[in-house]
Design a protein. Structure first.
Length: 70
């Protein structure tokens, strides 16, 4: 049942809302060395300090996001 605790759901990316590729911010954050990666089950986990990630994202979006005025 959708909306149940722990239920998986898919959300489509809407890159037009940011004016940038949805993965570009994450790639640039990882390039700073702030992201540690390692195996988790059969996948790859990424660990980072949330405050640092948010601060980076705010700054990155201010530099890279296109606005309707631009």
């Amino acid at each position: 049942m959708a909306g149940s605790p722990g239920a998986r759901r898919s959300i489509a990316a809407q890159p037009h809302l940011l004016g940038v590729r949805p993965d570009a911010l994450g790639v640039d954050l990882a390039a700073t060395g702030a992201v540690r990666t390692g195996p988790v089950g059969v996948g790859t986990g990424r660990l980072m300090r949330q405050r640092a990630a948010i601060d980076f994202a705010v700054s990155w979006l201010a530099r890279n996001r296109r606005t309707e005025d631009a």
